[in-house]
Design a protein around this ligand. Structure first.
Ligand code: URA
Length: 480
């Protein structure tokens, strides 16, 4: 336990004021928090002030931070805390930085505190994290760009969005990857982002009137939405939860919702009669696939309480990396391979020198299959029928991205590519020619490595690295 006496000579009664340079600057908070903990400054002796916050209230507080003693013990924080805290720091709750500091302080005395589900601070942290993830998810799903021409007559796409939290900067890379070939701006009341195809610039907060409110692509959105709208799957409660009314005003297709809902039953009977209750034409853009997979209920996995997760990466990537299906984290964040398997994958890619950002990363099955056990959702492998049903989407992505080389990780991904089950040990390490002229390379799934330990894990990690290294070499030859 830390003593109530100051270890570093910081006078009792002193309090510190930390002015945050940005409302979402987790790294700045972390650096200050570490120093303050090493100087033994208790949570109630610090005021964390946001930009524009009322620092005047703390006019007598010290702004200069105390210097930690040379022999101060290192600050301890486990991975779960850091991962939740990084997200919670983006929340708009003005007390968030104080909460983070209080928890970090308490973690020094009790490193297991994050496991205590009843602890009020831990619960609050989890709630902030959840709100921020939800806000990001809504941003990914509901940002709608409108086409404008700039003074030079060039195309520029502009979107207006009103996030609840400080999520803009944290989501910049998502939009950069998704719309890498477009010039776009996202304007929000909390700041703006501008991408010119090469660099990202940040701008000041914007006003709704700065954004265009209609353009010719809106009719396309509307007819597209009407065409993918499946009346047989209409669940109004779920739809409102997914697409709360507050986002409707920025979404051209939302104008159709009341009409579509009203006509749903009639259309359903007509579609059943005609047998057209299916997607018939391949989408021609990645954005269209993204929209369509969210409406896909062709197999039972799509009926669960989950979200479709679209692939991500450059549309002209030479390498496509394919996994099995999104996991719990991916489902919540709306991005492939961001959970534990994704982190392991990233580490191995980095080790062999493959740049993940240059690859198109996706999954064979687009929805997370799970069984609910209490509060936890436990991963279930998709069945062969489910994989085969979902092949429609991965094939549609392949048709657009046209990768030279596809790396399928695990048996489900291999089946998704080949339409039949193969043994990983038999096919790994050698290219398999595909009909469209591309090459398929098969390897183990990183989750398999995660389930092993000791020498078995080391051996599988070695084989995995060897497969990745072979892929890298082959890519270089193909680029040659
Ligand atoms: N496992 C997968 O196969 N894909 C993901 O996106 C995450 C975990």
């Amino acid at each position: 336990m830390r003593s109530s006496r100051s270890l570093s000579g910081v006078k009792l009664g002193t309090y510190y004021v930390v002015h945050m340079p940005e409302p979402d600057d987790f790294d700045f908070w972390r650096e200050r928090a570490r120093g303050l903990i090493q100087c033994d400054v208790p949570p109630d002796r610090i005021a964390w002030v946001e930009p524009g916050g009322s620092g005047d209230l703390f006019a007598h507080g010290k702004r200069r931070m105390p210097v930690p003693p040379k022999d101060a013990p290192p600050v301890r924080a486990n991975r779960r805390f850091v991962s939740l805290a990084r997200n919670a720091a983006l929340h708009s709750d003005p007390e968030r930085f104080a909460l983070l500091y209080r928890l970090l302080w308490r973690l020094q005395a009790n490193p297991r505190i994050m496991e205590d589900k009843a602890d009020l601070d831990v619960r609050k942290l989890e709630e902030l994290d959840k709100n921020v993830r939800r806000d990001s998810h809504k941003m990914h799903a509901f940002v709608r760009f409108r086409l404008v021409e700039d003074e030079e007559g060039d195309e520029h796409y502009v979107a207006w969005f009103e996030p609840d939290h400080h999520i803009l900067r944290a989501n910049a890379s998502f939009f950069m990857r998704r719309f890498s070939n477009m010039r776009w701006s996202i304007l929000t009341p909390r700041g703006s982002l501008h991408w010119d195809g090469e660099t990202m610039a940040e701008g000041p907060p914007a006003d709704r009137s700065d954004a265009p409110s209609g353009d010719p692509t809106e009719d396309l959105w509307r007819s597209y939405y009407a065409s993918i709208f499946n009346p047989a799957r209409l669940k109004i409660g779920a739809m409102l939860k997914e697409m709360p009314k507050k986002y409707w005003k920025n979404m051209p297709e939302a104008a159709l919702i009341p009409e579509l809902v009203a006509g749903a039953q009639k259309r359903e009977s007509a579609m059943v009669e005609k047998g057209t209750l299916e997607f018939e034409e391949r989408p021609e853009t990645l954005a269209a696939i993204d929209k369509a997979i969210h409406a896909c209920r062709k197999c039972p996995i799509g009926q669960l309480d989950n979200h479709a997760v679209m692939g991500e990466g450059p549309q002209d990537a030479a390498l496509m990396i394919v996994g099995e299906q999104p996991g719990d984290q991916e489902d919540q964040q709306g991005r492939p391979f961001v959970g534990p398997a994704g982190q392991l994958l990233d580490a191995h890619l980095e080790k062999v020198g493959i740049d993940r950002r240059a690859a198109y990363v996706t999954n064979t099955v687009k929805h997370f299959k799970y069984v609910q056990r209490g509060k936890r959702r436990i991963h279930q492998s998709p069945g062969a029928k489910e994989i085969d049903t979902c092949r429609w989407w991965i094939e549609s992505e392949r048709a657009i991205v046209q990768p030279k080389l596809i790396l399928a990780m695990g048996a489900s991904a291999a089946r998704g590519m080949l339409g039949k089950t193969v043994s990983i040990t038999k096919v790994r390490g050698e290219p398999i020619a595909l009909e469209d002229g591309s090459e398929l390379w098969v390897t183990a799934h990183p989750s398999y490595l995660l389930r092993l330990d000791g020498p078995a894990r080391e051996e599988q990690a070695r084989l995995f690295d060897a497969d990745l290294a072979a892929v890298k070499e082959r890519l270089e030859e193909l680029a040659g």
